[in-house]
Design a protein around this ligand. Structure first.
Ligand code: NDP
Length: 334
């Protein structure tokens, strides 16, 4: 069967393409402009006509995906902005929400579509205001309030979080109100901060996708973050595998899956990098071992994803070793 993946040149999306092709699916990737196709076609040259690309210049247009979706059986929607430095929150919200609605509107017109998966985010589920054990019943209302009350002056991360929140809410609302037209079911995958080797085309070390740029800036370039910063991480390859597993499981339909491998403080990654002793890859020394005595304000309940999708999550050391190898191959670490 054939899967349309939107935003096919993104950090997570390229891994989704790879794992779909490896699993035997035919894949069509949508991109914003033709020049973004070249790198993808060279990456997946071995798959011949099983991999194709299509240009969708503006995902916010009504009917934007009508052509791209034809002949596909399923859609994975992964085109959405990720930025932690946006002035007007609408610059993130509009493409996130309108892009999602155009995908679903096109799906509603083509009865061959059996499944639509939205790559949403744990950011839609939880933000700075929440503590305790979080699961899929939660919504990040804290970020919504922050952006509603402060607008352009809102916290940068909250602006991004709200775009994922509103896009996912809009999707569930659309699915509910178009039940009679939709032949497909719908699910969302909500990963925490995703790191890992990059497959996408990058124009230089400072042109990585937002989350890998953050990882490289902090871990390899020693940029300082607030001492109390703690967050959750997942290997991008587990995020992409979850998308493939979800396609293969009927019972995944209608569900929202929170994905995360564990909590971290940046010191964990400093320690892993320094213990690996790979020539050319050093992290700040910091206070080795601090991660082991950190108390986390928040944990993530990922039991639904583990039970329904059968997914297991990789470890921090393997991911970090693979990131170093990947960034060194690109000449981004010396
Ligand atoms: P990338 O920035 O690497 O990829 C984003 C993709 O979306 C690109 O294909 C990009 O295309 C496309 N895109 C961005 N803005 C627009 C727009 N206005 N119109 C059309 N296409 C657009 O990000 P990630 O792979 O990291 O993220 C992809 C999705 O996964 C996002 O929805 C994000 O919220 C979600 N996510 C990411 C996590 C992470 O830690 N990375 C964690 C949880 C969820 P172009 O190259 O043309 O700009």
């Amino acid at each position: 069967s054939k899967v349309l993946v939107t935003g096919a040149n993104g950090f997570i999306a390229v891994w989704i393409l790879k794992h779909l092709l490896e699993a035997g699916y035919a894949v069509r990737g949508s991109i914003r402009s033709q020049e973004k196709a070249t790198h993808l076609h060279s990456l997946f040259a071995d798959y011949g006509t099983k991999f194709e690309t299509i240009v969708v210049p503006d995902i916010t247009e009504v009917d934007a995906f009508d052509e791209a979706i034809q002949g596909a059986d399923a859609v994975i929607h992964a085109a959405s902005p990720v930025s932690f430095s946006t002035e007007d929150p609408q610059d993130l919200i509009k493409p996130a929400v309108d892009g999602t609605i155009s995908v679903l509107s096109s799906a509603a017109k083509f009865p061959n579509i059996k499944r639509v998966t939205q790559l949403s985010s744990a950011a839609a589920i939880t933000g700075a205001a929440d503590v305790g054990n979080i699961d899929e019943r939660n919504w990040n209302d804290g970020a919504l309030n922050e952006v509603k009350t402060k607008g352009r002056a809102a916290n940068q991360v909250a602006k991004y979080q709200v775009s994922t929140y509103l896009a996912e809410k809009a999707a569930w609302d659309f699915v509910e109100s178009h039940k009679s037209q939709l032949t497909s079911d719908f699910l969302t995958i909500c990963p925490v901060l995703s790191f890992g080797p990059v497959l996408q085309e990058t124009a230089g070390p400072d042109k990585l996708n937002e989350t890998m740029k953050e990882f490289a800036d902090v871990v390899f370039r020693g940029e300082v973050r607030p001492a109390d910063y703690q967050a959750s991480w997942i290997d991008v390859r587990d995020v992409s595998r979850a998308h493939v597993l979800a396609l293969q499981k009927k019972e995944a339909g209608g569900k929202r899956f929170l994905l995360g491998a564990g909590q971290f403080v940046w010191q964990d990654f400093y320690d892993i990098v320094n213990d690996l002793e790979i020539p050319g890859a050093r992290a700040p020394v910091g206070e080795p071992g601090v991660g082991r005595s950190t108390t986390y304000v928040k944990t993530y309940n990922t039991s639904l994803a583990r039970r329904v999708l059968g997914i297991e999550f990789g470890d921090q050391t393997t991911m970090t070793r693979d990131i170093i190898e990947n960034l060194q191959q690109r000449g981004y670490l010396f």
